[in-house]
Ligand binder design. Structure first.
Ligand code: ADP
Ligand code: ADP
Length: 232
């Protein structure tokens, strides 16, 4: 489903080069809830952004659904990116737009019809439990509610993969739990493969079936959560 082959990524600024990733090999299978854990600076963000082609590897190959992204033309890349939803630590909602319109963004960009958008957004808001917030603005919502909006928006174009970038790091433990349960439900009901990066062990223990541990641009361990941490 997602395969990273010998990925290297360097950032060059002025005269200094930072090697953020140093030879990453990773395979995420369909249906996995795959966690990547590591300290700040380990390279987690860079790794997940490569899967979405928000970053381009300096070396190596990113393969999604059996196809190497580097071989795609713009149109094919755009189609593949529709298959990948993403949620963020700080939710990344548009403050000037109502909740309905925030969720509708991907559908508007895809030039879907008004009726179709209304139907789909209504379904999505219902699914994340925010039907009554359709006409509210992000500033009127709690952190947990904002992340639910982020999730609804990420699911709008029916992705087969959901990427989560520290998606619960700005939330309290109780809200974190409810978001993790929602991710579990998305994985189980829609068979969406989930990749999560986090520095929080509790997130890995709670919902991941596989985990990779990152340190200084390398994966130092990978396996089931039981194999890596010795606890279910
Ligand atoms: P993590 O998500 O684990 O905190 P990152 O992928 O954000 O790690 O960062 C890995 C390394 O790459 C760090 O040393 C960071 O400073 C560097 N880095 C990340 N993004 C950039 C960038 N856009 N420009 C320069 N250096 C970057
Ligand atoms: P969109 O309009 O769908 O956002 P873009 O063509 O602007 O698509 O590409 C989005 C990202 O993918 C950009 O970071 C771009 O540099 C990168 N990208 C696009 N085409 C390629 C390619 N053939 N190889 C590597 N990276 C690419």
């Amino acid at each position: 489903m997602i395969e990273l082959k010998n990925i290297h990524k360097s950032y060059t600024r002025k005269n200094t080069t930072v090697e953020a990733l140093k030879g990453i090999n990773l395979k995420v299978n369909k249906g996995d809830i795959f966690g990547v854990i590591g300290y700040s600076g380990a390279g987690k963000s860079t790794l997940i952004r490569l899967v979405n082609y928000l970053e381009i590897p300096t070396k190596g190959e990113v393969i999604v659904n059996g196809q190497s992204l580097a071989n795609f033309n713009k149109k094919e890349l755009r189609e593949t990116k529709k298959q990948i939803g993403m949620i963020f630590q700080h939710f990344n909602l548009l403050e000037s737009k109502k909740i309905f319109d925030n969720v509708a963004i991907p559908l508007v960009l895809q030039k879907k019809g008004k009726q179709e958008i209304k139907k789909r957004v209504t379904e999505l808001l219902d699914f994340v439990g925010l039907s009554d917030k359709s006409n509210s603005y992000p500033s009127e919502l709690s952190g947990g509610q904002k992340q639910r909006v982020g999730i609804a928006r990420a699911l709008a174009s029916n992705p087969s993969i959901l990427l989560c970038d520290e998606a619960t790091s700005a939330l309290d433990p109780e809200t974190t739990q409810s978001i993790l349960q929602l991710l579990k439900k998305i994985n189980a009901e829609y068979n969406i493969t989930i990749m999560i990066i986090t520095h929080e062990m509790a997130v890995i223990q709670e919902i991941c079936n596989k985990v990779a541990v990152m340190e200084k641009g390398k994966i130092i361990e990978v396996g089931t959560v039981l194999e890596v941490f010795g606890k279910p």
